[in-house]
Design a protein around this ligand. Structure first.
Ligand code: GP9
Ligand code: MN
Length: 707
């Protein structure tokens, strides 16, 4: 009986369904006929012109942003971000209908300005960091403020103003409507609600269509958020920014909830990690004093460059040829630039994925080089002629194990000894020598970090750098009137040209400092180390000029010309190398006087130096370069990585082959997984304070064993 009943029901259902399909088909056809007959589209546009303008302006601005930032066909032809932007704008715009016509105008103007601000900020930010902005940077605005000149001079471009046109159009449309009496129009609440609901449904349908088109890879990367270009290219800038807000709150939420998982992965990661083997460099510098120079924006490519037979960096050239020179070395900075390098150099961890380790995670436990040496009886210190709170160094240097931070308060800084951001390198070094003499008198081995400042973007205090021409004196140009030879301008007046002048100054200051160290006996039993903290963030077009300048005609060669040097995005990335040098006055000609060409990252410094100075950090993410050699991989915070064989761009899923050999898919897959795991473990260590938790667990176990 029951069975029969079911059957009847089923029959009825099919009939019903057929009926409804037919009914809705007829309805749609009738609706479309009506649309055509009554000019409904035209009518809709007319009645909703303000809303439509709001949506269009938002889409045009976001598309413009993508076009100005990511120059790939994949991006130019991308449809998904447009769909995502439209759905977001329609959803946000739908709520405008809840307001009475006279207030609706204000709603759309406010949100139009809001969305435009997102585009503008990201446009400016991208020029500076080649990445998209994060609200986690808000806590760092005080530092951006201080390098404000650098940002405006170096970064602000005319195109960033184009976005403003959008809200102006929304305002103009609104004012026109006002003149036509639109704001006086009476719309009852019910009608307004209906309009808002229909529009909202429309936006949601588009959002669902967009979601259906997403692949699992896209969803995975969206959840992780660090591959910013990739996300903007697929999800559009608005969803990216919304996700960023959520992701920025995540450290706090995560540290409350995801701990167990993070701890488990952390333990697994380090369980199988072999301790670094000893090698011919083990303990070679044990007990020696160490002076480390943090060379602001010193890029490797400046070494060896000459203008009119004058070397840009005679000091660095000498140090690199007499000492141990790591010539394939990269910094691994994220938004925390200088501070990220200090963090990675000292801890062998990667920069934080949200915010910066120095500012957002200063209270976590880290195993750091100064602390290891302090434990070995060293006096450890850092010196920097800038404000101690910049990058939160005052707090973080103490955490890393520096006994003392000699900051701006301990230096004499006046107008006369200021260049660019602050105290000139020459004055900084001169005053540091006096401090170093006193430190030596303490009779303890010492380890000190000196952070330079002059060679900081925008490199515009040119007249203070001293004479150094970056033109070509006898390039073949002649004065049209007199026929006399005149210099070809070459890099004069360009940012890169000014950079070379600035580096030349920094190099000269360094030369004087080394001389003073030697004159004062401070290089006795001392190892001198120098790293460039990150590249100078110089324009690609200047490099194109640098490599392709034709002095005889004062023109730039193009692809068709003989001797043209291609300088594309990959060359740019590879060119961001910085120098890393270990030097002592007596190294020349010994087995330590060599160039290491294997690829190496800032996170490899701690294991490499630690081996030489007699300590090791079990939780280092990098490797002793003399153990890993040709097998090394340098992972960047955005997921890109480089090996001796290739540079991989994880945002685009493309690579640049550095060797003639073919590269297998497996190789890329394996390294991608490695990079992803490393980035996650590093961030978990920082966010969940795992080194502290692990130490507590170890101590507990140890005391139990003792019972
Ligand atoms: C500021 C200096 C510069 O004290 O270290 O920092 P940066 O702007 O390069 O991160
Ligand atoms: Mn820096």
């Amino acid at each position: 009986m029951l069975k029969k009943k079911k059957k009847i029901n089923k029959k009825l259902n099919v009939k019903e369904i057929k009926y409804y399909i037919k009914k809705s088909k007829d309805k749609t056809i009738n609706f479309l006929k009506r649309v055509k007959k009554d000019h409904l589209i035209r009518k809709y546009i007319k009645e909703n012109i303000l809303f439509i303008t709001f949506v269009l302006v938002g889409v045009i601005n976001s598309t413009m942003l993508r076009f100005f930032t990511m120059h790939t066909w994949e991006n130019y032809l991308a449809f998904k971000p447009i769909l995502a932007d439209i759905s977001i704008l329609i959803i946000v715009g739908s709520f405008g209908y809840l307001f009475k016509p006279k207030n609706r105008f204000i709603y759309y103007v406010v949100f139009s300005i809001f969305f435009t601000a997102i585009c503008m900020i990201n446009s400016i930010y991208y020029t500076f960091y080649t990445s998209f902005a994060s609200v986690s940077m808000l806590s760092l605005t005080q530092y951006i403020g201080e390098v404000g000149d650098a940002v405006t001079e170096n970064v602000f471009e005319m195109k960033d103003m184009l976005y403003v046109i959008g809200p102006i159009i929304v305002i103009l449309v609104g004012l026109r409507l006002k003149r036509k009496g639109y704001h006086k129009k009476i719309e009852i609440k019910k009608e307004r609600k209906k309009k808002a609901l229909y529009t909202l449904i429309c936006g949601c349908v588009l959002a669902v269509i967009f979601t259906i088109t997403l692949s699992s890879l896209e969803i995975g990367r969206f959840a992780k958020q660090w591959n910013r270009e990739y996300i903007v290219m697929r999800f559009g800038i608005y969803i990216y920014q919304f996700n960023d807000v959520v992701a920025s709150l995540q450290p706090k939420i995560n540290s409350m909830f995801g701990y167990d998982n993070a701890m488990k992965t952390f333990k697994e990661y380090f369980k199988d990690k072999e301790p670094e083997a000893t090698n011919e460099y083990t303990n070679i510098f044990e007990g020696k004093n160490v002076i480390v120079i943090h060379g602001e924006s010193i890029q490797k490519n400046a070494l060896g460059v000459k203008f009119n037979d004058q070397e840009v960096t005679p000091t660095l050239n000498r140090l690199s040829s007499e000492g141990m020179y790591f010539s394939n070395f990269y910094s691994q900075v994220s938004v925390g630039t200088s501070s990220d390098t200090e963090f990675t150099y000292n801890t062998s961890l990667m920069p934080a994925q949200n915010g910066t380790a120095f500012v957002s995670y200063f209270d976590r436990k880290y195993y750091a080089t100064p602390q290891f040496l302090k434990d070995k009886g060293y006096y450890t210190f850092s010196m920097h002629g800038n404000n101690a709170d910049f990058w939160n160094r005052r707090v973080m240097h103490e955490n890393l194990g520096y006994d003392k931070f000699y900051s701006k308060e301990t230096y004499k800084v006046s107008k006369d000894n200021t260049i660019g951001l602050g105290i000139s390198d020459k004055s900084f070094f001169e005053q540091s020598i006096e401090k170093l003499k006193k430190i030596k008198e303490k009779g303890k081995p010492f380890y000190g970090l000196l952070i330079t400042l002059t060679n900081h973007t925008p490199f515009s205090d040119v007249e203070k750098y001293g004479e150094f021409d970056v033109d070509i004196k006898n390039g073949g140009l002649t004065d049209e009137k007199t026929g006399e030879a005149i210099p070809s301008p070459y890099m004069e007046g360009t940012k890169l040209g000014n950079y070379f002048k600035s580096v030349h100054y920094a190099d000269e200051a360094l030369g004087e400092f080394i001389q003073a160290l030697q004159d004062n006996g401070l290089m006795d039993n001392t190892v001198f180390i120098l790293y460039g903290d990150h590249d100078g963030r110089l324009p690609k077009k200047d490099y194109n000029r640098f490599y392709n300048y034709d002095a005889a005609t004062d023109t730039i060669k193009t692809e068709e010309d003989e001797g043209y040097v291609l300088f594309d995005e990959y060359q740019y990335e590879l060119n961001r190398k910085v120098p890393f040098i270990i030097w002592t006055p007596d190294m020349k000609g010994t087995k330590l006087n060599k160039e290491i060409t294997d690829v190496m990252g800032m996170y490899d410094v701690m294991p490499t130096l630690g081996n030489m100075l007699g300590f090791s950090n079990k939780y280092a993410l990098g490797h002793d370069i003399f153990n890993i050699k040709d097998n090394n991989i340098v992972v960047f915070p955005n997921g890109n990585w480089v090996t001796n064989s290739l540079y991989y761009n994880s945002q685009k899923g493309e690579y640049f082959n550095l060797k003639e050999e073919a590269v297998s898919e497996d190789y890329i897959e394996k390294n991608n997984k490695y990079a992803e795991k490393l980035l996650n473990v590093s961030d978990d260590i920082i966010v969940f304070d795992l080194l502290k938790k692990q130490k507590e667990q170890d101590e507990k176990e140890f005391s139990k064993e003792g019972e």
